[in-house]
Design a protein around this ligand. Structure first.
Ligand code: PHE
Length: 341
């Protein structure tokens, strides 16, 4: 028995471990119920009475030595981990992560939201796939109006009812008037589609923000003031506006609005083709036929509407020469707007 104890003692002194799992294996091998030391404890019962004292002592020494060894191994492993952690340089700069930026059209759209939001307009949205009623008929387009023609409109189906891609977000105005009693004060952002050949100056889709205000006693003067405020907020406090008579089926009277060219300050330059003015939007007083078509009493209520292309406003602000850049998602182009965030 003494030999066994001595040889186990030698084994234990020589033990080494580099992971907590190895330490646990050692504990199981020597100190668990089925371990080598427990087995010796069982043998101890058959030791002769006169040797019990010495054997007992030796056995206890062995057990203590094993426990101490385990504790020492655990400590060494923990210290090793700490030392490894101390090797990590927490002050080192991390690998840079490329960050995305807002798309220029989103930047301008958000700015438009802010400006009209300050005047009490809320945002209304509607579907891009529309029917003839919401895009044309309700808006006073005569049945043979050229804008319904295949030249401009992408039709999805012709019967039993015309289903098409909306050519303007005025359809959202109709939808809102149908479902909401005046006063109505909304702006309608969204993508619109027109069947045009793609070039630097035209695309088959673009983005609009249209506006609608309906209440008692809304006048053309209110429209003008609202748009003047918008132009000055968007293009600077010196900006002048001018309204030229125009035609839209859904407004009467109708106008197109120019702003003083913010590049030459109105003196005339290549950008404004020497005129000092650049066109930015269409507008007018909502035609009574449109109000009636949407179930609003045109004797009690009047309203104004306006509509602009976000690409156009963005071009004026940032002078983007080619419309196609907006949809190609070339990151070199998009990163030019980092600073505008
Ligand atoms: N819907 C017109 C367009 O798409 C813009 C517009 C809206 C004009 C409201 C007048 C009033 O061109």
């Amino acid at each position: 028995m003494l030999d066994k104890i001595n040889s186990l003692m030698a084994d234990i002194q020589a033990l080494a471990a580099s992971t907590p799992e190895e330490v646990e294996a050692i504990r199981i091998k020597y100190l668990s119920k089925k371990g080598a030391i427990s087995a010796l404890m069982n043998d101890f019962r058959s030791v002769a009475a006169d040797q019990k004292r010495e054997m007992g002592q030796r056995l206890n020494e062995l057990k203590t030595a094993a426990n101490e060894k385990l504790a020492a191994l655990r400590e060494a492993i923990a210290q090793g981990a700490e030392a490894a952690a101390a090797d990590i340089d927490l002050t080192r700069t991390a690998t840079p992560m490329p960050l995305g930026t807002r798309h220029p059209l989103s930047l301008v759209k958000n700015e438009i939201f802010q400006i009209f939001g300050a005047m009490g307009f809320t945002i209304a949205e509607g579907p891009e796939i529309e029917d003839d009623w919401h895009v044309f008929s309700s808006l006073n387009f005569p049945p043979d109006h050229p804008a319904r023609d295949m030249q401009d409109t992408f039709f999805i189906s012709r019967s039993p009812q015309d289903i098409l891609l909306r050519t303007h977000t005025s359809s959202v105005q109709t939808r809102t008037m149908e479902s909401q009693k005046p006063p109505v004060r909304i702006i309608c952002p969204g993508r619109v589609y027109r069947n045009e050949a793609i070039s630097a100056r035209a695309h088959c889709f673009f983005h609009q923000v249209e506006g609608l205000y309906i209440d008692r006693n809304v006048s053309f003067a209110d429209l003008k003031q609202c748009l003047l405020y918008f132009a000055r907020e968007m293009f600077g406090p010196e900006t002048k506006i001018r309204l030229r008579p125009s035609y839209f089926p859904f407004t009467e009277p109708s106008a197109e609005m120019d702003i003083s060219c913010h590049i030459c300050g109105g003196k005339g330059c290549a950008f404004c083709k020497g005129t000092g003015w650049v066109e930015i939007l269409g507008c007018g007083m909502v035609d009574p036929n449109v109000l009636e078509a949407c179930g609003i009493d045109s004797k009690e209520f009047t309203g104004y509407a306006f509509g602009m292309g976000i690409e156009r406003i963005t071009n004026l602000k940032y002078r983007v020469k080619d419309l196609r850049l907006f949809s190609e998602n070339d990151v070199r182009f998009l990163h030019e707007f980092d600073a505008a965030k």
